[in-house]
Ligand binder design. Structure first.
Ligand code: GDP
Ligand code: GDP
Length: 435
């Protein structure tokens, strides 16, 4: 499970510039599509071998002067509860404003690790206000320049030191953990209510920041599993006002804590950039993925509709066409049982091990029939394959020239692996090593 880091601060201090600098190397698969700027406020990063998710709170604030203060405050409360680390950014060219004193007062009362960053320290003028920044009582001040990159490496070195190690927090290993995700109104709460068999909405305690409070245990159709909860979002958001920011934080966290994500989409809206973003995020975090196209009752259909719908969706998902798609109606309880069983199947697939002998006997035959094309005059041979003992499926291909195997051939190998060994709904990794 990777940690969540939130960047807070008043508008214009440079939060999104900093965010872009951190995530630019790892663009979402949907990057080239128009109209998704709003969705790019969270991204995954890696520093010194530690993965984390960074969230730019700035995108969730309405900048009109009279309400922004209130919104920022509500965000800070949410960030303190849900994030693992908080980066509080100030502007070294402007110095402190009243807002920042208020923010610091809230932050000082909490135990979450906080880094005070004085951005726009592109030249010596950052010393000008640094005394004031120290007076906020938040410890060390980290001067950086989000534009030039100055100081960002030193900052990240310190930040990753306080992140929990990735193997921590892995309790309840034995039960599949499932999250139910999707945009507002796609039917998440209704789905959960159907699973529960009554109309009671689960509401998690507002103060709950521990893992247990967002996990609920289920026994359904004779099988045990845990739902890492995003329900109760609406209820809680009322308290916190900042509904969009809150639900994104909570969804990311639920996704991180789960093994399999059930992503609901409204059949009337089909698959849009926000859905593709969450799918891409799930893939990057190597979570099992099941897509449910809900409200199927509202679609006028004949015997070809499912096929046509499926094709449209697969085109948008490509190349991630290994994700199973089920057309459901939560309202009419159509294929709900099937959906839960599929999610549990995906969980098993994600834990599946293929023996080295089986892998080699199947894959080497395929490879020998259609070997990797030679590259730069090198004759490339793949000698053997083994599944690594990692938590999610990773296959190592040993070759004389691993660096010369190109992406299309890697895709071919992945397709062949899937064709013969399954792994439906599971992101798999292929690594190429020298032998
Ligand atoms: P946000 O509202 O906090 O997300 O701020 P933005 O990232 O949109 O930045 C606000 C303005 O500050 C933009 O014009 C940026 O180009 C500028 N800015 C951001 N970082 C730096 C920096 O390190 N140095 C300087 N000189 N300007 C910066
Ligand atoms: P959430 O915001 O994702 O939790 O969505 P809700 O569960 O609150 O559902 C939003 C609306 O969609 C509600 O009015 C539901 O009754 C309706 N809804 C949910 N599932 C279905 C379905 O399968 N068919 C139809 N027609 N409506 C549905």
């Amino acid at each position: 499970m990777s940690s969540i880091i939130a960047i807070i601060g008043r508008p214009n201090v440079g939060k999104s510039t900093f965010f872009n600098r951190l995530v630019e190397k790892r663009k979402a698969i949907t990057e080239n599509e128009p109209g998704i700027t709003r969705d790019r406020q969270y991204g995954t990063c890696e520093w010194n071998g530690k993965n984390f998710t960074i969230i730019d709170t700035g995108g969730y604030v309405n900048n009109s002067a009279d309400i922004f203060e209130k919104e920022i405050k509500s965000q800070i409360h949410i960030a303190i509860k849900e994030a693992d680390v908080i980066l509080f950014m100030v502007d070294s060219k402007v110095g402190l404003t009243g807002h920042e004193q208020d923010i610091a007062d809230i932050l000082r009362k909490n135990k979450k690790p906080i880094f005070l960053i004085s951005n726009k320290s592109d030249n010596y003028n950052y010393d000008l206000y640094s005394n004031d920044f120290y007076k906020l009582g938040l410890g060390n001040v980290y001067p950086i320049s989000s534009i030039s990159g100055y100081g960002t490496g030193e900052l990240l070195d310190e930040v990753v030191k306080v992140l929990p190690s990735q193997s921590e927090n892995e309790e309840n290993e034995n039960y599949p953990k499932i999250s139910i995700l999707g945009r507002p109104n796609v039917g998440k709460s209704s789905f959960l209510n159907v699973l529960l068999g009554n109309d009671r909405t689960i509401v998690t305690p507002i103060a709950g920041t521990t893992r247990d409070s967002i996990n609920s245990f289920y026994n359904l159709f004779g099988k045990n599993f845990i739902i890492t909860d995003t329900a109760g979002i609406r209820k809680k958001a009322k308290v916190n006002e900042n509904i969009e920011f809150y639900s994104v934080m909570r969804s990311l966290k639920a996704l991180q804590e789960s093994d399999v994500c059930i992503i609901l989409v409204d059949a009337q809206q089909s698959l849009e950039s926000q859905d593709l973003n969450i799918i891409s995020y799930a893939q990057k975090n190597k979570k099992g993925i099941l897509l449910l196209i809900n409200k199927w009752d509202l679609i006028e259909k004949d015997h070809t509709t499912i096929k046509e719908f499926k094709k449209l969706i697969l085109d948008k998902l490509a190349p991630a066409t290994y994700i199973p798609i089920i057309f459901v109606s939560v309202l009419n309880k159509l294929r709900i049982h099937k959906a839960v069983n599929k999610a549990l199947d995906i969980y098993s697939e994600r834990n599946k091990r293929i023996s080295t002998s089986e892998l080699n006997s199947v894959m080497l035959e395929i490879i020998n029939k259609y070997p990797p094309p030679s590259n730069k005059g090198k004759y490339i041979k793949i000698k053997y394959i083994t599944q690594l003992p990692t938590k999610t499926p990773t296959f190592a291909f040993f070759s004389n020239f691993p660096q010369y195997i190109k992406q299309p051939y890697k895709n071919y190998l992945e397709n062949q692996l899937r064709k013969h060994f399954g792994f439906e709904g599971v992101p798999i990794s292929l690594v190429f090593r020298k032998k």
